[in-house]
Design a protein around this ligand. Sequence first.
Ligand SMILES: Cc1cc2nc3c(=O)[nH]c(=O)nc-3n(C[C@H](O)[C@H](O)[C@H](O)COP(=O)(O)OP(=O)(O)OC[C@H]3O[C@@H](n4cnc5c(N)ncnc54)[C@H](O)[C@@H]3O)c2cc1C
Length: 302
Amino acid sequence: MSSTWIVVAGDPTVGTLVETGRTIGGELVALVLGPRSTAQRVACAGVDRVVWLGEPGSAPLEAFAGAAADLVAAGRPQVVLAADRAADRVLAGAVAARTGAAALGGVRQVETVDGVVQVVRDALGGIVRERLALTGPTVLVLDGGALPDEGVPAPVEEVAVTPAGVRVVEEHPAAVGGPDLHSAHRVVAVGRGLRERGDVAIAEALAVALDGATACSRPMAEGVDFFPRDRYVGVSGQRVTPDLYLAAGISGQVQHMVGARGARIVVAINTDKDAPIFRECDYGVVGDLYEVLPALTEALGR
Ligand SMILES: Cc1cc2nc3c(=O)[nH]c(=O)nc-3n(C[C@H](O)[C@H](O)[C@H](O)COP(=O)(O)OP(=O)(O)OC[C@H]3O[C@@H](n4cnc5c(N)ncnc54)[C@H](O)[C@@H]3O)c2cc1C
């Protein structure tokens, strides 16, 4: 039987990967690097079985890339899926190198047409979309998607492997802006409509009320440092796939919206009724974020 493999390094952002794997068909196997709890969560996400490489100990996940690639290669999958995150991309690259597969990034859609898997992906920085037919083994990197609700657990097989190449010597906590962006079901993103650094608290309060994460447009992380750089969404930043993407004070330039198009629902709040984001959202509020965000937070609190 043909198989599709999902490779997971660390956070289990696999909702879209599982849906995509089911579209392709065959046995759906997840190879998981990370703690046992991660393997157990992935096992409940709709896969047929999980291959778990055991507790990583003091080694970074990348130290398992070679061994992980060997295991995937032995399964001889036609398609391997990985989330568009730093450690997962390393793993995807190692698998492609070991198996001689083609590797495609920026994948937006996967479907089977007349028995052939076809892929739509962003090209030229997200301005163009191209369709490709897969003619051999391929590694696809796409938005991982939030972890689906718990389902029936699939079997987890532990395969002990030895890390190689590097080990962690020490770690320091870095300043980050709340929960992980990729696994958040709701994201509150703010742009240059936010005037002061201290006003970030307005977005954070709404994110807490929504049990979500905060994000921003690029100027908020690079022009000014209201947010860390791993918090901006867009073609050169993060691509997110939450159920709700609430964009306040963001004009909606294509370079930003490319990163938010995977959201199920986009809500825009902007004082300018002609802002481009109103052409890309499901719901729009023409209004001042300094009034609308606190009002939403208060209403949710009630
Ligand atoms: C090669 C390249 C790559 C890029 N990559 C990215 C990327 O990955 N991500 C990204 O975000 N950008 C990226 N950019 C920048 C992008 O083109 C835009 O400049 C940027 O997204 C604009 O950010 P913004 O919407 O916050 O700011 P602006 O475009 O200045 O928009 C601010 C908006 O806030 C509204 N506003 C003002 N006050 C309020 C208020 N009180 N309440 C509500 N609304 C208000 C205004 O009406 C306006 O629409 C890239 C650009 C280039 C050239």
